[in-house]
Design a protein around this ligand. Structure first.
Ligand code: ADP
Ligand code: MG
Length: 493
């Protein structure tokens, strides 16, 4: 029971939440998995459909090698074993948007085997989540029910588009962990260029398997929530599902193994169908496709071509800039954040660790804080990487203090203005002139002779009082280091 990370409390005792994710990620590729038609998003209905995608009799699938390479690269990013021989199977089921009557997928021998993904959580720091497999499969078409009062139409544009299904082990224990996993996976595929990670367009979607058990006990029966297409919805769906299952279990009921749908407008999950088992699909090797064999040469070449991955970036940020593991992870688990940080770094006038660290602190604290508060994304913010770097430059150059910088940032956030302009217009420059500061110090000392006596008698705590008075009189604009230094000298004389 020692490895129980977190529990939820019910009336009858504690429960442990168990979550496993199956993520469908659309492969970045011009053409589909087994045909040459365009895999582009959108387009007029049925504009991207070949005879293969429409499953005309006698048509033969031909594997798109580029999609295979993309899957292998993703497997490498998942620290997984790459299988040099894998098999394509037919997964048989009937649906109007599946003219073949089966989906070509991989069952017993996927192209990528076991691996893992490290995630960073606030509650438990760094956690390693196991990955069961990654396999390649075809997407299905789409039924359109809202085009005609009595008829449904079928759009086969997506039919045959390559998907990677990435199956995790049931290693996650909370909504926070599942969300961190999804974000990390998204950062990884975006970095690799193997999936655009665009969840709203459906390029990446999660089937969330949730079950409850007594802490450390045997696995409970799971419900699967299909096709959740935003990280926020994932959190809501899991939360709802935990409550629902707990209520049933606490009343002595049983969880049905079923597939559920998340209703984003109501924030609830609804039963869609009881869950099929693998044998219901009657999987068998597709006789149209020979075993997929990849050479060790190709694997080596792909490995050599990998870009710097999020974890490597995290380690580099820690080593080069002295960032904590948590801060470095926050900056690298979302590709937009890492890109913003790296862009801003190029605009820093000082290249030393201190400046980079200051930038990281500002980004994580003020900037991400403001994004959260307004509920907007980086691309919607008015503060550009260059301008945030300019603000840091003003601090490191001693033009403004950190405290004033927070004021300037509030203005930048609203207007997107250049920080130096705000400082100039509002007269916020830091005063680093000995004479001006000394004049204020002298007047404060004159007005507080009683406190000066106490201080000299040993009440050293009063030093802060004097600093505060000077800063107050100078509207926070005095150089704090200089104030300290000059005050010490004056008070000890
Ligand atoms: P499928 O959904 O295709 O029938 P699997 O048995 O491979 O297949 O499981 C799919 C997902 O469900 C995996 O991500 C796995 O980690 C997760 N899972 C399996 N058992 C449980 C469980 N008891 N609770 C939560 N998740 C589970
Ligand atoms: Mg499943």
């Amino acid at each position: 029971m020692s490895d129980v990370r977190s529990v939820v409390k019910g009336h009858t005792g504690e429960w442990e939440v168990v979550i496993g994710l199956e993520v469908h990620a659309q492969v970045v590729s011009k053409a589909k998995l087994f045909s040459g038609s365009s895999a582009a998003f959108g387009g007029d209905p049925n504009a991207h459909v070949s005879l293969v995608d429409a499953a005309f009799p006698g048509m033969l699938p031909v594997i798109n090698e580029y999609c295979v390479e993309q899957a292998i690269k993703t497997g490498m990013g998942l620290n997984a074993e790459i299988n040099l021989m894998s098999i394509f199977d037919r997964k048989n089921y009937f649906y109007a948007d599946l003219p073949q009557g089966y989906q070509i997928s991989q069952f017993q021998r996927p192209i990528v085997g076991e691996g893992y993904l490290d995630i960073e959580t606030e509650a438990h720091g760094s956690l390693r989540i196991g990955v069961e497999r990654l396999h390649l499969e075809q997407d299905a078409g789409k039924s359109l029910h809202d085009q005609h009062p009595t008829k449904s139409y079928i759009d086969l544009n997506r039919s045959g588009v390559a998907l990677m299904e990435i199956v995790s082990k049931p290693d996650m224990r909370s909504a926070e962990e599942a969300q961190a996993y999804m974000k990390k996976l998204r950062a990884l595929v975006r970095c690799l260029g193997t999936c655009d990670g665009n969840m709203e367009q459906g390029s990446m979607r999660a089937d969330i398997n949730v079950s409850l058990r007594r802490p450390g006990g045997p696995l409970g029966t799971r419900a699967e929530i299909k096709n959740v297409n935003s990280v926020r919805f994932m959190g809501q769906a899991i939360q709802y599902e935990i409550e629902r299952q707990m209520e049933i279990l606490e009343e002595g009921g049983e969880i049905k193994q079923e597939t559920r749908l998340f209703d984003a407008t109501k924030g609830i999950t609804r039963s869609m169908r009881s869950k099929e088992d693998a044998h219901d699909y009657r999987y068998f090797p597709d006789p149209d496709l020979p075993p997929l064999v990849v050479s060790q040469d190709l694997v080596n070449r792909l490995r050599a071509s990998l870009p710097e991955l999020p974890d490597q970036k995290r380690d580099r940020f820690m080593k080069e800039m002295g960032l904590s593991s948590y801060d470095a992870s926050v900056l690298t688990t979302e590709s937009e954040k890492a890109a913003f940080f790296e862009k801003a770094l190029t605009h820093l006038s000082s290249k030393d660790q201190k400046a980079s660290k200051l930038l990281a602190n500002w980004l994580i604290g003020e900037f991400f804080g403001a994004l959260n508060k307004d509920g907007i994304s980086i691309s919607e913010s008015k503060v550009t990487p260059q301008r945030l770097a300019s603000l840091i430059n003003l601090i490191t150059a001693g033009t403004i203090s950190g405290k004033i910088a927070k004021e300037v940032f509030v203005d930048m956030w609203k207007t997107g203005q250049e920080p130096s302009q705000i400082v100039k217009e509002k007269g916020l420059e830091q005063v680093s002139d000995d004479g001006a500061i000394l004049a204020v110090i002298d007047s404060i000392i004159a007005e507080n002779q009683d406190k000066v006596t106490e201080y000299k008698a040993g009440k050293e705590k009063l030093f802060g009082f004097f600093v505060g008075q000077v800063m107050k009189q100078m509207q926070g604009k005095a150089n704090p280091g200089l104030v300290n230094q000059l005050l010490k000298k004056k008070l000890s004389s």
